[in-house]
Design a protein around this ligand. Structure first.
Ligand SMILES: N[C@@H](CCC(=O)N[C@@H](CS)C(=O)NCC(=O)O)C(=O)O
Length: 398
């Protein structure tokens, strides 16, 4: 039987165990437990409803991240190799520090962003309820308000780790150990809830993250863009593009259909359907209300990446149209041939995928508060009237 890991994607403890399993090269099936439905987990464990839970190759059910990795390290040489004897004491000490002291700040930074990710209102409410029962009414909102202070505390806690990573590739030398997996668990949680805060971490830590992820297997979000531009390069590129650009045409320059995870087609035309968006796009299958179709300004896309890499953004329509709040309002309707789109309030911000594909500076450049009204990441629209649209068609305000 192949090992199974039950997790929530946002759980730092589950992501720690997952990273250890990947690092050890042990085959494993990852089961995403629905946050609001833990029947399978409760049945499996006899009543334990937290994650991570691991079912080992021989069918043993293990709970609690520390107990899980201890058992794997004790029983399996692939995991024992993650804790070389000479550094065993400091490695376990780092694991415990990451899961307690670092986690105590990191989960507060991540929680407001994790809460809003749940599509189901019950799951969102349950997540907040669990936190409020332990940390008091309004705690998640308070962490959101104090996000800058918490991020500063996080940076302070991570400063010694950054100093170590300036001196060597991984925490305990040339090879990643269980300590690196524990640190990664915290960053994986942060990346889901607060990708901007991850992008703002020390460059040494981001470089380590890239190195560490390379040890885990194929990149989780497909291939990255060929180049990651710096903040200065992004500013310069946008200024140059804007200065040289003729007046806006409203034309569609590229159509992208996300046919499967990390797979893109760039057809000459696509059909738009109400409630579905771009027909054949997997976003429609994910069923995001009010986010049928995602639209990006070609000038911004060109500032961030070469045209070959535009499909990596994952947006559907790349258009020669200003998308800023002063140019396009929520509720505005745009006709393209027979089809009509309405701009929705669904927020479009860069996430961990943009970070992985285009780099930390691109994420900061897109999401930074002062430039939010410019909507550099783009906008969402919903299809009001169906129709077929093609590259070269012009979006007209109606
Ligand atoms: N000590 C446990 C802690 C596990 C834990 O706190 N899991 C959280 C997710 S990070 C959980 O499942 N919480 C249940 C809930 O929020 O309802 C471990 O290290 O595995």
């Amino acid at each position: 039987m192949v090992m199974r890991l039950y997790r929530f994607p946002h759980s730092c403890y589950a992501r720690f165990v997952q990273a250890a399993i990947d690092l050890a090269g042990a085959p494993c099936t990852v089961v995403d437990v629905p946050f609001g439905d833990r029947d399978e987990l409760a049945t499996l464990t006899g009543g334990y409803v937290q994650v991570p839970v691991v079912v080992t190759d021989d069918g043993a059910v293990l709970t609690d991240s520390r107990r899980i990795v201890s058992a794997l390290v004790a029983d399996d040489p692939r995991f024992a190799a993650l804790v070389p004897a000479a550094d065993a004491g400091p490695i376990w000490a780092y694991v415990d520090w990451a899961g307690a002291i670092l986690e105590d700040v990191a989960f507060r930074v991540a929680s407001p962003g994790v809460a809003v990710r749940f599509a189901r209102p019950f799951e969102r409410a349950l997540f907040v309820f669990v936190k409020e029962r332990r940390y008091g009414a309004g705690c998640v909102d308070a962490w959101d308000r104090d996000a800058d202070g918490l991020a500063a505390r996080l940076a302070e806690l991570l400063a010694p780790t950054v100093a170590t990573l300036r001196a060597r590739p991984f925490l305990f030398g040339d090879q990643a150990t269980l300590a690196d997996a524990a640190l990664y668990g915290q960053l994986a949680m942060l990346e889901l809830g607060a990708p901007d805060r991850v992008a703002a971490l020390a460059p040494e830590l981001l470089a380590w993250k890239t190195r560490f992820e390379a040890r885990l297997g194929p990149p989780p979000y497909g291939r990255p863009a060929r180049a990651h531009r710096s903040l200065a390069a992004l500013d310069e590129a946008l200024a140059a593009i804007t200065a040289a650009a003729p007046p806006r045409t409203g034309a569609i320059e590229l159509l992208v259909v996300r046919t499967a995870m990390h797979e893109r087609a760039t057809p000459a035309s696509v059909a738009l359907a109400p409630g579905q968006g771009v027909v054949g796009d997997r976003w429609a299958i994910d069923g995001k209300a009010d986010a049928d179709v995602s639209i990006m300004d070609v000038r911004v896309a060109a500032a961030i990446a070469d045209r070959d890499d535009w499909p990596l953004f994952g947006d559907n329509l790349f258009v020669d149209l200003g998308l800023g709040e002063d140019e396009l309002r929520v509720g505005d309707r745009l006709a393209i041939g027979d089809a009509v789109l309405e701009i929705t309030a669904h927020p479009h911000l860069g996430c961990r995928k943009l970070l992985a594909r285009f780099g930390a500076d691109a994420l900061r450049w897109v999401n930074g508060k002062p430039q939010r009204p410019a909507r550099r990441r783009g906008v969402y629209g919903r299809v009001v009237t169906p129709g077929t649209i093609a590259v070269g068609d012009r979006l007209r305000r109606i």
